[in-house]
Design a protein around this ligand. Structure first.
Ligand SMILES: [Zn+2]
Length: 349
């Protein structure tokens, strides 16, 4: 009897070079997320067959054409992409680059080895980086921002897993001692190449922020989910004060959504949809309230020494001036208010 495998091989014609290759996906229902981190990274999967417990489904998210090195999600390979002609523009550039043996695309793409039974984390990282690079061949206004944001987040997860699991490195091209060294060799052509988790998260953050900035506000649920994702990323990179500000934004966006959804339910407009939004907003408010308290403490403790020093330098002032000046110095709201109170107490003694 053939050995059981979680993979389904499929022959697919590359949408760019039109040459066939074998790609694979993992059968659905074979695994489930077991523990999920705040930034939606699945830290552990639960497999039906424990023999597959070491397989990381996220390694298989990006497909790679071994001929022209086009890298993208399987939906794009299958022609289900709805980018409205943007793919055609990438195609033109990619086909030129991939034929030049010293181009970034050819060098990085040739190092991807998806011929093995199971993919290495190094090949998975390279495929994600290429997918990012290929999107970025287009001018910023032409790029698919949600996709790009997702790819940056996904490659950050891969770096996190590489650090956590620390497997012996595989598929390192001749002449290089490590994946890090190989990635550094692209620095001149790609100065911002994210070679570690933190810079990948930082860029994911900017991309998701862009999506929010251009949001029409028509789908508050989508916006709040992105804000919560941003909060998780900020906290991971120890930017707690910024995260706290965003928690406030979640609170006000969710409050607004709750009000309008409640009004719609009362008027009998799209009742089930608005009831759903109402429940979602209530959950978001509860979570934001809890997080605001927790983060407030963290931010206050982080800022306290610097804020104290700033107050000492102010000379003779009253409590209100302390608060105003600390605000001017961009301390978090909680730090300003609490120091103002502490100052008042001291002055009364
Ligand atoms: Zn191709």
């Amino acid at each position: 009897m053939a050995r059981e495998t979680p993979f389904v091989p499929v022959r697919v014609k590359c949408p760019f070079c039109e040459i066939d290759s074998i790609q694979r996906y993992i059968k659905s229902r074979m695994y489930q997320p077991d523990s999920v981190e705040e930034d939606t990274h699945v830290a552990d999967y639960k497999w039906e067959n424990p023999e597959f417990a070491h397989i990381r489904p996220n390694f298989y998210h990006i497909w790679h054409c071994p001929t022209c090195h086009f890298c993208d999600e399987k939906e794009t390979f299958r022609g289900e992409d709805k980018s409205g002609g943007k793919l055609e523009l990438i195609k033109e550039k990619l086909l030129i680059h991939s034929r030049m043996p010293n181009s970034l695309i050819a060098r990085m793409g040739s190092a991807i080895d998806f011929s093995q039974d199971e993919y290495s984390i190094e090949s998975a990282i390279l495929a994600h980086l290429l997918a990012i690079h290929e999107q970025e061949l287009l001018s910023p206004n032409m790029r698919q921002h949600p996709k790009l944001a997702r790819f940056y987040l996904r490659v950050a997860w891969l770096y996190r897993e590489k650090t956590a699991l620390n497997p012996p490195e595989k598929n390192i091209p001749a002449g290089f001692g490590s994946l890090a060294e190989f990635l550094e060799s692209f620095r001149t052509e790609w100065p911002d190449l994210p070679a570690r988790e933190e810079p990948a998260l930082d860029t994911a953050l900017i991309r998701y922020q862009d999506i929010l900035n251009y949001s029409s506000g028509a789908d508050p649920k989508y916006d709040i989910n992105i804000m919560n994702l941003l909060i998780a990323i900020l906290r991971r990179n120890n930017k707690n004060a910024e995260a706290l500000k965003l928690v406030r934004s979640v609170f006000s966006a969710a409050t607004k959504a709750r009000q309008s959804a409640r009004a719609a339910v009362q008027k009998g407009v799209n009742v089930s949809q608005n009831q759903n939004l109402l429940n979602f907003a209530a959950g978001a408010i509860e979570k934001a309230t809890e997080l605001s308290e927790k983060l407030g403490e963290i931010v206050f403790n982080e800022e306290l020494p610097a804020a104290r020093e700033a107050v000492m330098k102010m000379g003779p002032v009253d409590a209100k001036t302390v608060v105003d000046k600390l605000r001017e110095l961009k301390f978090a709201d909680i730090t300003c208010r609490r120091l103002g109170k502490m100052f008042e107490k001291q002055a009364r003694r």
